[in-house]
Design a protein around this ligand. Sequence first.
Ligand code: 5RP
Length: 246
Amino acid sequence: MDFVENQLLKNLEIKERTGFRAADDLVAPDMKLGLGTGSTAIHVVRRVGERLAAGELRGIRVFATSFQTELACEELGIPHYSLNSPELAGGLDLTIDGADEVDPKGRVVKGGGGALLIEKLAAYNSARYAIVADEGKLVSDLALRFALPVEIIPEARRTATRALEKLGAAVTLREALRKAGPVITEHGNLLLDIRFQTPVEPEDMEERINLIPGVVGNGFFTGRRAPWDRPLIYIGRTGGTVELRN
Ligand code: 5RP
């Protein structure tokens, strides 16, 4: 087995261990549960499916944050509902999701998988919020290395780009793979990936970006105006442990 393949397998184990630990620690019967998107959050979904099949999670009602998560729920027999349904009535007890970057204050950047809009809807309407991430996601400042996604309506491509550049960001339109042209999100929008040259204050920047006309959401999840203050963070370490920060 070559180095790259070995590394991928190791990462897979870390993601699985981290996702399973959060699902075991936090998910309980009768919960209204938001389930996140991505290659780490999918292990939370898998574990919820296993525990449900074992009869441990009666009465659970899930909100899936993307097509990916919805398909996984379907396959695993996890009952999932719209946030507008009487079953969820616009509120969740807990959401568990992945992240692209996590800073020392527990603020995160999300949206690498393009599901930021619904992920934020879940996060900011949950009583509790938990992040599952491997240690490679830990950074001292957000949005310098990994690009912060900003979802915009297509008509705002030029104007929003200009406004983001004025805020000091380098802006790239996210290109699709195996489709010509840009990524079109699950809501028919475009994604601008932006990077700052120097550290920014995430709480302020989250709100300033949202004020740009045509912006529908951005990948800073700072928790300002959310029911929780800081998320619980499960960090998968390469040594095989999972560290819990809260
Ligand atoms: C999707 C997300 C993901 O949670 C984030 O990109 C992390 O994904 P992964 O666990 O695959 O690294 O925000 O929109």
